[in-house]
Design a protein around this ligand. Structure first.
Ligand code: PAZ
Length: 315
């Protein structure tokens, strides 16, 4: 079932926009102007899961499993391919470059060089393996930062995500075919409309029963209204392999965008299928490639970049 404009109007009418919406619009506008002027390709990568609050003063919320690995690693590969990237991610999910490190022992990475607090300075005190990993990631990160090619935008709730995506998409539309949407975030399918949400913490006085509404499918207005000239890649996740490809094909037919990347929860790091209106292409990883630390996102992004280039040439 596709969702008409009324449902979107109702959704945006019934829910509060995030407080940082105007700031986000200004920074995306500057970013798009800067890179659009030099005709650099720009990717909007979404990453991580969204929450659905159950109370206005939120104590409890519904969440999902997504850690943001797909989005953060794909961002690094888009940057490697020369793109500028708007990395729209769930707050506290994995971040490009930082994702290569675990921070539990972060304070153990340094040593104070003097015991006198006012005069103390820091010295890096890490294994040679961690040192080399830091140098490798820092050298790429510093280049990307110098060229101002990475913009971070964060969200937590599904409503924040939808307001931000709509606003960014409308700015992105100015780019035409050099803009690409790469929608890897796991966006909640159900939500509790603000007018039906209790103000305070739900009391534990017995069984809890909640009826949620379906979140309108954003691909429909994105492709038709908000940014119709862009190249759009969506993801489809299923746990039942018998449904996966048919659902991906249905999405391509329904929304008429360019690519659906179909993946299964338990095999998503070793195999995906790129579904277009005319093709189904398997991308997979051998055991040897995985053991060497190679990532499926490198192959996915390389393929998507080729398709994006053809799309630009034919536009
Ligand atoms: O974030 P992650 O790396 O743990 O998982 C990635 C993913 C499975 C969320 C992504 O590949 C995906 O399929 N996103 C869309 C999910 C969906 O709405 O169907």
């Amino acid at each position: 079932m596709s969702v008409g404009p009324d449902e979107w109007e109702t959704y945006f009418h019934n829910n509060e926009p995030p407080g940082n919406l105007e700031d986000v619009k200004s920074s995306v506008d500057r970013f798009v102007k800067e890179h659009g002027a030099s005709n650099r390709k720009i990717a909007l990568v979404t990453s991580g899961g969204t929450t659905v609050p159950l109370e206005s003063n939120t104590v409890r919320f519904v969440d999902n499993f997504s850690a943001g690995n797909r989005g953060s690693s794909s961002t690094e590969y888009f940057l490697l391919n020369g793109y500028a990237v708007i990395f729209m991610h769930r707050e506290k999910s994995l971040l490009p470059y930082l994702r290569h490190f675990h921070f539990q022992n972060f304070l153990d990475w340094f040593k104070l060089t003097s015991s006198v607090e006012q005069q103390a300075s820091l010295e890096l005190s890490v294994s040679s393996e961690l040192h080399d990993r830091l140098v490798k990631q820092l050298s790429v990160y510093e280049k990307v930062k110098k060229e101002n090619r990475l913009l971070h935008i964060s969200f937590t709730t599904v409503t924040e995500y939808l307001f931000l995506l709509k606003a960014i998409a409308k700015i992105f539309d100015r780019l035409g075919a050099i803009g690409i949407f790469y929608l890897a975030a796991a966006v909640s399918d159900f939500y509790l409309p603000a007018p039906e949400m209790p103000e305070h913490k739900i009391q534990s006085t017995g069984a809890l029963s909640i009826t949620m509404k379906q979140v309108p499918k954003l691909l429909s207005p994105l492709v038709r209204e908000w940014a119709p000239k862009a190249f759009t890649v969506s993801f489809k996740l299923e746990t039942n392999k018998d449904l996966l490809i048919s659902k991906a094909k249905q999405a391509i037919e329904r929304y008429q965008h360019q690519v659906v990347i179909a993946n299964q929860l338990d095999t998503r790091k070793r195999m995906v299928v790129l579904v277009t209106s005319s093709d189904e292409k398997i991308i997979d990883m051998s055991d040897a490639e995985l053991t060497q630390g190679q990532e499926i996102e490198q192959k996915i992004v390389e393929d998507i970049v080729k398709q994006h280039n053809l799309f630009i040439a034919s536009s």
